[in-house]
Design a protein around this ligand. Sequence first.
Ligand SMILES: NC(=O)c1ccc[n+]([C@@H]2O[C@H](COP(=O)([O-])OP(=O)(O)OC[C@H]3O[C@@H](n4cnc5c(N)ncnc54)[C@H](OP(=O)(O)O)[C@@H]3O)[C@@H](O)[C@H]2O)c1
Length: 323
Amino acid sequence: MSTLHRVCILGGSGFVGHHIIAQLASHKHHVKVLTRNRERHRDLLVLPTVVVNNANVHDPITLKEEFAGYDVVINLVGVLNEEGQKDRSFQGAHVELARKVMEACRVNRIKRLLHMSALNADAGRGSSRYLRSKGEAENLLHTTKEINVTSFRPSVIFGPEDSFLNRFAGLLKITPKVVPFPLACPNSRFAPVYVEDVAKAFVNAIDNKAAYGKHYNLCGPKEYTLKELVQYTGELIGEKRMILGLSQSLSKLQAIIFSMVPGKPFTFDNYLSLLQDSICKEPFPQEFGFTPTALEAIAPYYLANKQSRARLDIARKAARRDA
Ligand SMILES: NC(=O)c1ccc[n+]([C@@H]2O[C@H](COP(=O)([O-])OP(=O)(O)OC[C@H]3O[C@@H](n4cnc5c(N)ncnc54)[C@H](OP(=O)(O)O)[C@@H]3O)[C@@H](O)[C@H]2O)c1
């Protein structure tokens, strides 16, 4: 029987976190989720081995107290669009938080830390501030000898609650049908990876000594241009549209305009991230013992048919794979 762990998760209330927590709970690990708003994430409490605590994870003392008695920490906190305040900036949410997590692990003698980064994260050469700050956090964490750190670097992640394909589906639905859909960076390439596969990689890595110290790029089995992904989304939701790929300068202009719209659907930093293809040179890491799921096997369930029945089917499939 595998070891049962006490796992403390930061950023666990989000899209990826929900899937990791469900898998940890299904393996009967005890999980504590730290969140800024417990009330909003009461759904996690239905899982029998999960507790959810309100906590300011940016406060070093709180972090040290919350980590006491835990033997594994998972940090999923990430911001795509920074907001002025310190803790919501790329530096605060990625680099400074990583430093505080590392210190709180050290004080509590926690030896296992799983860290969520992003494909193309690189402190020196990342094309955007998002990617450079993610790279800086990885560099910082992997210098420590006292903690066994594993970093995960996924391409874009898809799944029923993703904010990538679902966002394009929403935009295709609300924009006028008679004009082509304007798309920035249409030739940027992605290898979307399924959220359940990312979650499985995290859970499998906990006890896997081969994963200590590693940085894993996580990609799905196939590459697509952004234009192909938007076209595919349109087909699935019955909104076949002509896609107008924007030039570099128009893509930049769209980013500048959209960053002024409430909710900032596309910022200049997002545009800079898209200048690098989000694809892997190597296959999915063998250490995790499974092959990644194709987009076409999952996306139709949640895009074409948003009924609860389709969601149930996916949950059933996931349960069968775990069995
Ligand atoms: N989704 C993707 O396609 C993708 C691809 C590559 C890498 N990643 C990385 O994967 C991680 C998880 O992504 P996700 O899609 O699950 O994101 P998400 O749904 O936005 O969840 C992130 C969670 O982090 C917490 N958080 C956000 N900003 C914070 C801040 N300033 N301080 C403290 N907590 C904060 C939030 O928890 P509370 O509000 O409960 O506090 C939120 O639920 C991120 O690090 C992201 O960069 C995601």
